[in-house]
Design a protein around this ligand. Structure first.
Ligand code: SAH
Length: 486
């Protein structure tokens, strides 16, 4: 998780803001700390006569531990375990003693008697061994989760004892998501890892290699990751290496707010970027896709403070790409719609920096979807026009095409139109638009705190004031806006 840190040290309270680095957020509360222990070659002490104790012994033995079991009256399954794994499991047919716990990496006990469980836990802790007493959470330093085993790929699941059945269902779901063959793929990854490292590729190329590897594993899980697969992956990576010596800037659309509206490509680019320059209005969940090492730089408006100048942003993009970095310039909605993409594309081209654009869901599409409105309509809207009602000086632009905007068979979507909404509505009516024309306002469309107003163009400004709409908000005007879900 990441969060934006506002107020760069020493930044002036007026004048253009400076790009501000975004720092990783604190981890939320964790019911337990998932750790993956490596008990291979170490000694683990297990005490108790139950099948539960035997099963725990089997688990730790499967992870390579040498297990000493102390059980005066062992059940059948335990006897069988000791018979079948004599080199890993030593069965002592007697009660445990505190000396048995000395030097143990872990101590696990299962006792019907509460007092004995307490004594065992105290002895284990005195010996410095983390302890687990089966079904006695108060006497546990660690718990066993449910396991999905595709070793070396291992998934552990815990509900901290809150909901075992739920945990089992989650496990069953993960089992179906991970084909059995992933074990072979995970083993192959382990075999090829050293070779990938030895090639000396920069991070993003290594990442690209493993992305391709993963895509192949998911696409053809039944296929064995054999030498032919290996050769294909390394050949593709060498091609990438030849191409990627230079940095690149990706202008990426983040959609209108709901992180589910990010494109798959946006997610992939966010996951592999070295640096991400982002505006406001970018959902935190989108920034969470960034890898932890990525540098996040905030370049948008903060509160009522001015944004960074476009020249600063352009210069920063050129500088970062010049260092050979993979840069993502993340913008709300679609970068090519009122997103100043044109200025950045031109600046990058002038500096000879490669630039690629990844479209996003524009606010108009997001709002229309939420409002149940079709922006075009065979009967009611032959034309769709996107305008901004915010000129460079903040006023209503004078050069809008009022005849087109008064067309009763058009849908007009107004970006950045909140401040000048009253004036716009008046000018539209003066230009001949019917005052009863349906008009909708969507504030923070697709976000959890979205608000909408359904009115007509004559009454919308007053209703927007009454709601104290703050934006970002979008206005949709036209007969088609009145034919929605209502
Ligand atoms: N590139 C963006 C638009 C950037 S201009 C896009 O394609 O959507 C900023 C304006 O977009 C805001 O003033 C507002 O009019 C609109 N906007 C952006 N996100 C919005 C949202 N979630 N709900 C309503 N309007 C939004």
């Amino acid at each position: 998780m990441t969060q934006t840190v506002t107020g760069a040290p020493g930044s002036p309270s007026s004048g253009p803001a400076r790009p501000t680095e975004t720092l990783a957020a604190r981890m939320g509360p964790l019911a337990s700390l998932p750790l993956f222990f490596k008990p291979a070659g170490r000694r683990v002490a297990v005490a108790g006569d139950s099948d539960g104790a035997g099963w725990k012994a089997e688990l730790v033995a499967a992870a390579g531990a040498t297990v000493d079991i102390y059980a005066p009256d062992p059940p059948q399954a335990m006897l069988r375990l000791a018979r079948e794994l004599p080199e890993r499991v030593r069965l002592h047919r007697r009660a445990w003693t505190p000396e048995d716990l000395a030097g143990a990496m872990l101590a696990i006990g299962d006792f019907p008697d509460e007092d004995e469980a307490r004594r065992f836990a105290a002895a284990a802790r005195a010996a410095g061994a983390p302890v687990n007493c089966v079904d006695r959470p108060a006497l546990c330093d660690f718990q066993f989760g449910s396991i999905v085993n595709r070793s070396p790929l291992v998934v552990g699941i815990s509900t901290d004892g809150a909901a075992p059945v739920f945990g089992q269902a989650v496990r069953a779901r993960i089992e179906t998501l991970l084909p059995q063959s992933f074990q072979r793929w995970a083993e192959a990854a382990r075999r090829w890892r050293a070779e990938v490292t030895a090639r000396g590729w920069p991070f993003r190329l290594r990442r690209r290699f493993w992305e391709r590897f993963t895509a192949m594993a998911f696409a053809a899980p039944g296929r064995a990751p054999d030498d032919a697969v290996r050769d294909r992956l390394f050949a593709a990576a060498e091609d990438d290496a030849a191409e990627a010596a230079a940095g690149v800037v990706h202008l990426v659309g983040a959609g209108p707010g709901d992180p589910e509206l990010l494109t798959l490509r946006a997610v992939r680019l966010l996951q592999s970027a070295d640096v991400i320059l982002h505006d406001d209005l970018i959902p935190q969940a989108a920034l969470d896709y960034a890898r932890r090492e990525a540098q996040l730089i905030h370049v948008g408006k903060r509160g009522h403070k001015p944004s960074c100048t476009q020249q600063d942003i352009n210069a920063l993009l050129v500088e970062l790409a010049g260092k050979g970095l993979q840069v993502v310039r993340l913008k709300g909605g679609d970068p090519a719609i009122f997103g100043r993409a044109g200025e950045e594309i031109a600046a990058l081209a002038a500096a000879g920096v490669a630039c690629e654009v990844t479209p996003g869901v524009t606010a108009a599409s997001g709002a229309a979807a939420r409002l149940g409105v079709s922006l075009t309509h065979r009967d009611a809207a032959r034309r769709l026009q996107f305008i901004t009602a915010h000129a460079r000086d903040g006023a209503l632009p004078e050069d809008l095409d009022w005849r087109a905007l008064a067309d009763p068979a058009a849908t007009t979507v107004v970006y950045m139109g909140l401040a000048t909404l009253g004036q716009l509505a008046q000018r539209l009516v003066e230009a001949g638009l019917d005052p009863g024309t349906p008009a909708l306002l969507a504030e923070r469309a697709t976000c959890p705190d979205e608000r909408v107003i359904r009115a007509d163009i004559a009454t919308l400004p007053q209703k927007a004031r009454a709601m104290a709409a703050r934006g970002p908000a979008l206005v949709i005007i036209g007969q088609a806006a009145g034919l929605g879900a209502g």
